[in-house]
Design a protein around this ligand. Structure first.
Ligand SMILES: Nc1ncnc2c1ncn2[C@@H]1O[C@H](COP(=O)(O)OP(=O)(O)OP(=O)(O)O)[C@@H](O)[C@H]1O
Length: 592
């Protein structure tokens, strides 16, 4: 039998079988009962908490108790916005054949598709708002879900299963398997599991396999059962002065010295706090930790992992030996608060990075630069409603991102309005682009026939000398689309030097009023740019808007043209640059 089978075999079938988490189970049941008499205010619940504590089992057990059908979308399924809408969306909007309910379970909802794709989350939010069927989202990290989704769901927290609750359940499994297990052995397995009931089941199965009786001595040989638990290691470090035992315990951990140092750092001041306010032991302990940290830094810098042992020795023995007196009594050791803080702010940091990358794309800067230098600038632009709409549309901000950037904790009516207006603006732009695409004339293919048309294409002189009959042939039977290429001005060859000069001249003769130029460049730079970038000048000559007051180049546009491909210079009949021909990132800060 494989290791997972007992956990599967004894998965709770009803909510009554779920071990521990009584309050969570009760809340879940209450929510389900609300569905029996109509649609409750919160149409979905989020069951969240660490792994292996019965969240998924509870969702399935609930469906069993309520006699509901289950549709599950788990992490191994492809869960893009489209798939979610197709499967969960249709399941949520349709009634079952016999009018019963259907429970939609979305496992690992905090891990949909990485953070880059927030489309999945948006799809979920949409489905939840309109669902006619109960939905359960399962997550380890509640902060991995967007605020929108969290706002519309009932949050139910599942905690680690206490070892004393696990013992009777593990005993039941031993009985069912016909194995006599000693109380101590079961207790040890339960304690080693650190609140993860799935691990406890797996450990029990690994230790008991092939045996008729399980004693505590059998556990010492059973793989993961000898694994040290971080809380025990903390005890050995802080309660004794036996350096060797403390080190052994640290080596038996599944934590790297880089993680262990955070544990010691967090708990040292808790453990060595004294009523008389004497901080000497804490000071000495931190002295060792700082030395250990030096070694950790060297390991990172030189990639020499042999130095980990010095780091471990300094942090473990240093913390153990820095006490000048024993510290009896129970201490609840804490997980490093830094991790908690990082965990809590993870979604916020992800959000900030998402926005920064959108700004980066918009302003042609790196994400790092945008995060450090431009975020505040864009946030300022949100202060004014009119520019806020344009910024939102240009960056393609989601409502949550808009909230974040404007520093608002909730989606106020004003923000919602800005967001809606931005969507309308985007739709309008989309329609316009479609219209343009409809009227857009396809670029002429460079073939012999085309050269006979009156298209001011810059073709080397030789090619322009086309036999006249050929020209007549093509004039008499104009193939579809070819006439449209007349007067198009496609530039398919390098511009001859005279033309360059002409365009440069035109540029200087055609100034733009001072106020149009947001960032006038110093004269020296303007000249430098004009001289060094002939391709750009061609593009600039097409639209007077892109020029500065004295023929100088608006730097935002200048950057645009820096990246422009030759095709970006295509014009339609009206002389405007064809939208489709512009690369996406040609937008500039003041394009909107
Ligand atoms: N509270 C519990 N009561 C009974 N069995 C449990 C409990 N928690 C875990 N188990 C056992 O562990 C197995 C895994 O549990 P489950 O999948 O429900 O955990 P989970 O919290 O959803 O974890 P994950 O977040 O990793 O999906 C179950 O098949 C069951 O055997």
């Amino acid at each position: 039998m494989s290791a997972i089978e007992w956990a599967e075999k004894y998965r709770p079938r009803t909510l009554g079988d779920v071990v521990g988490n009584k309050k969570a189970v009760q809340d879940l049941r209450k929510w389900a009962e609300e569905w029996q008499s109509g649609i409750p205010e919160k149409r979905a619940v989020i069951l969240y908490g660490p792994a292996g504590i019965g969240k998924t089992s509870s969702a399935h057990a609930l469906a069993g108790d309520m006699d509901w059908e289950v549709i599950e979308l788990n992490a191994s399924d492809q869960r893009t916005a489209g798939v979610i809408e197709k499967i969960a969306g249709s399941a949520a909007s349709m009634n079952t054949l016999f009018g019963g309910k259907r429970l939609i379970v979305l496992d690992e909802a905090d891990n949909l598709h990485g953070t880059a794709d927030r489309g999945g989350m948006r799809a979920i939010a949409g489905i939840i708002k309109a669902t006619l069927q109960p939905i359960v989202l399962i997550a380890n990290d509640i902060y991995g879900l967007t605020p929108t989704v969290r706002n519309i769901c009932l949050e139910i927290k599942f905690g680690s299963v206490q070892s004393r609750s696990m013992v009777p359940a593990l005993k039941k499994v031993c009985d069912a398997e016909g194995i006599s297990c000693s109380q101590e052995a079961i207790l040890q397995i339960a304690e080693n599991a650190g609140g993860d009931f799935r691990s406890a089941m797996n450990d029990l199965q690994a230790a008991a396999s092939g045996k008729e009786a399980l004693e505590v001595e059998d556990l010492s040989t059973a793989g993961r059962d000898v694994k040290e638990n971080i809380f025990k290691a903390m005890q050995k470090i802080f309660k004794s002065t036996d350096c060797k035992r403390a080190l052994e315990s640290a080596y038996g951990l599944d934590e790297s010295p880089e993680d262990l140092v955070h544990w010691i750092d967090e708990n040292l001041p808790i453990q060595y706090a004294r009523k008389d306010g004497d901080l000497e032991d804490i000071r000495a302990g931190f002295g060792y930790l700082s030395k250990a940290d030096l070694y950790l830094g060297r390991v990172k810098k030189r990639q020499n992992y042999r130095m980990w042992r010095y780091a471990s020795m300094l942090m473990v023995c240093g913390a153990a030996l820095s006490k000048t007196r024993p510290y009896p009594g129970f201490i609840k050791y804490q997980q490093p608060s830094l991790w908690r803080r990082l965990g809590q702010t993870r979604s916020k940091r992800d959000m900030r990075d998402n926005i920064a990358s959108k700004i980066g794309e918009h302003s042609f800067e790196s994400m790092h630069y945008s995060r450090n230098n431009l975020l505040g600038f864009y946030a300022l632009m949100l202060k004014d409603e009119a520019s806020a709409i344009e910024v939102t549309a240009s960056l393609g901000l989601e409502l949550e991102e808009l909230m974040y950037l404007s520093g608002s904790a909730k989606a106020s009516k004003k923000l919602q309005k800005i967001y809606d207006e931005a969507q309308k603006l985007l739709e309008k732009k989309g329609d316009k682009a479609e219209e343009q695409a409809f009227f857009k004339v396809p670029a002429p293919l460079v073939d012999e026939k085309q050269t006979t048309l009156h298209c001011p294409v810059n073709i080397p002189e030789k090619e322009q000398e086309v036999p006249s009959e050929k020209s007549e042939t093509s004039d008499s039977q104009p193939p579809e689309g070819k006439q449209k290429t007349l007067n198009l001005g496609f530039d398919i060859s390098p511009e001859p030097p005279e033309k360059e000069e002409a365009s440069e001249k035109k540029l200087s003769e055609d100034p733009v009023p001072e106020e149009d130029n947001f960032f006038p460049l110093p004269k020296s730079m303007q000249e430098k740019k004009l001289i060094s970038e002939p391709v750009e000048k061609k593009t600039l000559s097409t639209t007077s808007k892109k020029k500065g007051s004295d023929g100088s180049i608006d730097p935002s546009k200048q950057r645009t043209s820096d990246k422009a491909s030759p095709s970006a210079g295509m014009q339609d009949n009206t002389g405007e640059v064809l939208k489709k021909a512009e690369p996406k990132n040609q937008k500039t800060l003041f394009d909107f």
